[in-house]
Design a protein around this ligand. Structure first.
Ligand SMILES: *Cc1c(COP(=O)(O)O)cnc(C)c1O
Length: 399
């Protein structure tokens, strides 16, 4: 009757929360340090050409960090504009109360979408004369000017006017009375390649093409139009890429896209990925672990089951290739990563218990695991790692 007795002693009064009141740190979560974002923006801005502005790129929910937190702290750090990919992302920022100019980096082409963009005070990226006309008509209809940025293609072959056509069409575009050209820009395709600064590189040829185009349209540096070309890599390469503004994503989040960067630039990763141990078991030597039995224990092994899997955005192809950190020590992940769980070999630990917190990405003591490491091991790029985390992971701001 032991059970009955302990049941009677159970004090339910302590548990007076709402039935849906789950602790965001109940299972697995992302921690975001706003201060790190602010510091990164400040530091990066010290490297800019004089009067060059900083656009914080917050697409894909701020590279998985939570766009609202990123906006707040990037603006504190001195970002003067924001970049998003989609109409919806732009509207969301406005709903957070963001007042700064917002540029939509993706393409809008229907009248309806452009009207919505206009009504939310979002600047579209314009790549064709037809889109210019639509915007001009919208401006005219509302008796106002529609602010937008023109994009030219210099070698990415994605969005943007073909540069020769742009040179021909710019005079006409300038004559439209109900648009306001806030910027002219292009995008680098290869600035993170090791040879980017070589005279023959794609990056240099893009820069020359862009400069040539500005010359051809008799661009007057004194007017209000902002010229911009650089992403993080372009920004870090050289001031030659800075113009009036840079559009920075990855390095603001604390990771350099370049192998070599200025030693004085200490970028702080703003994101950590953490998970709790949900269960601990011990298996004998020679026992297989997880789907497909890809891992077989070669000793009596203590396993921690972590409540995180590929449905949370941990790439399945990292199975058996990553480590996690607890109390300044690394522990290897073993067996296939499953949809919702993964196993870690904690045989060497006496201190890890059910409920202990493990770090998958970020720092603990002097140990760090970076998305750069994951991206190399899973044959992708850090950008993809950061924006693959799913909504199932709550985001918790920690400062
Ligand atoms: C995403 C994006 C950026 C930011 O790139 P990072 O390499 O993350 O700095 C800049 N410009 C455009 C057009 C983009 O789409």
């Amino acid at each position: 009757m032991q059970i009955r007795k302990s049941n009677q002693e159970f004090n339910f009064d302590k548990y007076s929360f709402f039935k849906q009141d789950i602790d965001p740190k109940q299972r697995a979560w992302i921690e975001v340090k706003g201060k790190a974002l602010e510091t990164n923006v400040r530091q990066l801005r010290t490297k800019l050409r004089k009067n060059c502005q900083f656009m914080a790129v917050v697409k894909a929910d701020g590279y998985g960090h939570d766009a609202k937190v990123v906006c707040d702290y990037a603006i504190k750090g001195g970002a003067s504009e924001l970049g998003v990919a989609t109409l919806e992302e732009g509207i969301k920022l406005r709903s957070f109360g963001v007042k700064k100019p917002i540029l939509i980096l993706g393409n809008l082409y229907t009248k309806r979408d452009l009207i919505i963009s206009f009504k939310n005070d979002l600047m579209p990226t314009i790549s064709s004369i037809r889109e210019c006309l639509v915007c001009n008509n919208i401006g005219k209809h509302f008796g106002l000017k529609f602010s937008l940025h023109l994009k030219v293609d210099t070698g990415m072959s994605r969005l943007g006017f073909e540069s020769k056509k742009f040179i021909q069409q710019f005079e006409k575009i300038k004559s439209f009375e109900n648009i306001s050209i806030e910027g002219i820009y292009s995008h680098l395709s290869s600035a993170d390649e090791n040879n980017a600064l070589d005279s023959q590189s794609i990056t240099q040829s893009q820069r020359l093409k862009f400069n040539e185009l500005l010359k051809q349209i008799n661009f007057d540096r004194n007017n209000e139009i902002k010229i911009h070309l650089a992403n993080s890599a372009g920004m870090l390469l050289s001031k030659d890429f800075h113009f009036h503004m840079v559009r920075v994503g990855l390095s603001m989040y604390g990771y350099s896209p370049l192998a070599k960067i200025d030693k004085n630039l200490l970028l702080k990763p703003a994101l950590s990925l953490k998970v709790k141990v949900a269960f601990i078991r011990t298996i004998d030597k020679g026992v297989s672990v997880s789907y497909g039995g890809k891992f077989v224990s070669n000793r009596k092994t203590k396993l921690a089951v972590l409540s995180i899997g590929y449905a949370d955005g941990v790439p399945r192809n990292l199975s058996g290739k990553i480590k996690v950190i607890h109390n300044n020590k690394f522990y290897p992940q073993v067996g296939s990563i499953t949809m919702d769980q993964m196993m870690v070999d904690i045989t060497d630990s006496k201190e890890i218990k059910v409920g202990s917190i493990m770090v998958l990405l970020g720092s603990d003591g002097d140990k760090t695991i970076s998305p750069l490491e994951w991206s190399r091991k899973s044959n992708t790029i850090p950008w993809e790692i950061l924006c693959s985390f799913k909504n199932r992971l709550p985001k918790v701001q920690v400062d």
